[in-house]
Design a protein. Sequence first.
Length: 189
Amino acid sequence: MIDQDFDALTLSFQPVPGLFGGTPIDRVHVTPPAAKEFVLSLEAGKSMSCFNCHDCGSPHLDLGGFSNSPHRKHLCGNCGRDNTWTSTPSISNPLKPLHDQFSGAWQYVDVDRVLNIDRDYPDAHFALWASTPALVWTAARPQERGIHVHLAKDGERVVDETFGTVIYQGRTLNRDQLLARMIENTCSI
């Protein structure tokens, strides 16, 4: 229903008992830094959790270098105290419980479809990007990992699909390079 870009989102929902420990949270702000770390952790297969600050009860968010490697002592971005310790080293992201709660049968599969823009749509206008895991996934089908393409001809969209291989100007585009460029652009916001 919505296919747009936003600077940030606020997700409002009925508080789910235990979703954020004992804190009855009913909204989460999805910002570029939190989304970036969440997607990178899923892409890399890192183990994530979410725990709350021992002092103020806010969900903890690890960013930058703190999201690269698990650690036990955590500094709260809300109250500034650094006395929250976890029993095992961990990386925390408040988007993780939302993903787990609202993405039922989450799967992320590589696709093998091929699109040769040069051959099949030489005069079309297009936008493309590396597909990334969704924070919330409610479809009854798996998500697809690849390169997502919107392609229009004569002002009408003719392609809105994810491909494993996309050929443009005689070369095969690389999903990992596209993802790196997307992350680089996210960091410059």
